[in-house]
Design a protein around this ligand. Structure first.
Ligand code: GSH
Length: 227
């Protein structure tokens, strides 16, 4: 991770959205500088680079204006480094379909985990778990369609949706460990379960996805600052 690299990534190692960008930088073998952010006391650099949302990740490419929002960042990287490991397909309709499912993951599926964390009481949590399970079944169907018998959403190797969903695997494992349900299992989501095991050890992800102890500490911070 080169200091002085022309790409700088402002983030925290526990954030799946930041991990998403790190995975794409790895896939494309792009050298970058990781600028560690403290979300409990945000830096001037973050506040001025992403004044609208004040969130990580933010990518700074040379002296150009900063780029916030993980999906926008990974698409930017895919455009400017299009010759190495493209993640979006070239067909416009297939690109649209990939973006539809990424949008589903970010606006419907992942927010359920935050809701689960914040909802008190067994009954309230049970209703959210039901929605997570329904969501995982939709994702299984999407996986079967996109992978078309191959190992990844992207086909023979990791593509856009593999990155968008894969960055959350540390958190899905963490949620499974601390709750009494499985998000991906043999009976409901057999293909996605195989996929989680496969992608977990992929070169581009294996040093990026945080372990459960790291996530536990981050979870405690979330409970304190965003109960
Ligand atoms: N839609 C954003 C979400 C980014 C996000 O939620 N980042 C969290 C860390 S996981 C953050 O910076 N939170 C700080 C805050 O909410 O104040 C993206 O895709 O980049």
């Amino acid at each position: 991770m080169g200091k002085g690299s022309e790409i700088k990534l402002i983030g925290t190692a526990e954030s799946p959205y930041v991990n998403r960008v790190q995975i794409v930088l790895n896939l494309k073998s792009i050298d970058y500088e990781f600028v560690e952010e403290n979300l409990t006391c945000k830096s001037e650099l973050l506040l001025t680079s992403n004044p609208v949302y004040k969130k990580v990740p933010v990518l700074i490419h040379a002296n150009k204006p900063p780029i916030p929002e993980s999906l926008i960042i990974i698409e930017y990287l895919d455009e400017i480094y299009s010759d190495v490991h493209p993640i979006l397909p070239s067909d416009p309709l297939a690109r649209a379909d990939n973006r539809f499912w990424a949008n589903y993951m970010d606006t419907k599926f992942f927010p359920l985990f935050e809701e689960l964390r914040k909802t008190p009481g067994k009954e309230g949590k049970k209703a959210i778990v039901k929605q997570i399970i329904e969501g995982s079944q939709l994702l299984e169907e999407a996986f079967v369609k996109f992978s078309n018998g191959k190992p990844y959403f992207g086909g023979d190797d990791v593509g856009y949706l593999d990155v968008v969903l894969g960055c959350f695997l540390g958190w899905t494992k963490f949620v499974e460990k601390h709750n009494e349900f499985k998000i991906f299992d043999e009976a409901r989501t057999p293909k996605l379960l195989e996929w989680t095991n496969r992608i977990w050890s992929h070169e581009a992800l294996k040093d990026v996805i945080p372990g459960s102890e790291t996530l536990k500490n981050f979870y405690m911070i979330l409970m304190k600052y965003k109960p």
